[in-house]
Design a protein around this ligand. Structure first.
Ligand code: HEM
Ligand code: HEM
Length: 182
């Protein structure tokens, strides 16, 4: 094995990584867009059911990904990384997991505590029931977590993508970490 060879993440983890990545990045874009529409505009709530349905898909993916990650583990960090790069990427990965859990559960809890809806309708096919009593107070707390979580996610994603870009483009092709995830 030459000095720039590296192990890949397991196939289930790679598949789950890309499914969650695409779903969550779309949720971030749609979420910011729909929340910014004027409350009096006639189309204000058109995107909400779609956002909630895909949000629940993300919740399912994240709850599947965590046990798979614990069971199969991650490959050792690429050997050519500096110590600070290993530590920073590990920290960002842990925080991305925290952000995924925060965003999915705060969304579900925001809906569950919201006094004016019952359950989350999934693509108009079936309804996931509420898991809490209704409460304006707890709805506000969940809403705060969802909004602060969304901006934290953007910062973490910028760091994550910055790291991938650095190792793929700036450090030279043989030091590319993207091949560990594809
Ligand atoms: C990883 C999953 C999710 C992501 C990345 C995400 C992202 C976002 C973002 C960026 C916003 C706009 C925040 C703001 O500007 O204040 C938002 C709002 C919202 N999200 Fe999510 N969301 C996710 C999951 C969910 C789930 C599971 C539900 C409900 C079942 C949900 C329900 C809502 C609602 C109702 C709003 C609008 C809040 C308002 O009108 O102020 N989200 N989401
Ligand atoms: C919402 C979007 C994303 C999230 C939540 C996310 C999350 C994560 C997490 C948590 C890990 C660590 C893997 C583990 O220990 O299970 C990881 C690894 C990785 N991600 Fe992402 N990711 C996202 C988007 C992307 C995108 C768009 C790219 C590529 C452009 C990417 C490239 C990678 C690579 C290359 C690794 C492996 C890093 C290494 O260990 O060398 N990710 N991602």
């Amino acid at each position: 094995m030459n000095q720039f060879e590296t192990e890949k993440y397991t196939l289930p983890l790679r598949v789950l990584h890309w499914l969650t990545a695409v779903t969550i990045m779309a949720l971030l874009v749609v979420g910011f867009y729909m929340a910014d529409i004027d409350p009096d505009a006639p189309n204000k709530y058109e995107l909400y059911p779609l956002h909630k349905s895909f949000g629940m898909v993300a919740l399912l993916l994240v709850m599947l990904r965590l046990p798979v990650r614990f069971k199969s583990g991650a490959p050792a960090p690429a050997s050519w990384l500096e110590n600070w790069e290993k530590q920073l990427s590990h920290l960002v990965h842990v925080l991305l997991y925290v952000a995924m859990l925060t965003m999915t559960w705060s969304g579900f809890l925001m809906n569950s505590t919201f006094p004016y809806v019952n359950g989350v309708e999934i693509f108009g096919m079936f309804t996931v029931p509420d898991i809490t009593p209704k409460s304006e107070y707890w709805n506000g707390i969940a809403h705060t977590f969802h909004s602060v979580g969304a901006w934290s996610f953007v910062v973490l994603l910028a760091l994550h993508l910055g790291g991938v870009f650095k190792h793929r483009v700036l450090d030279g092709k043989e030091k590319d970490v993207l091949r560990r995830m594809i």
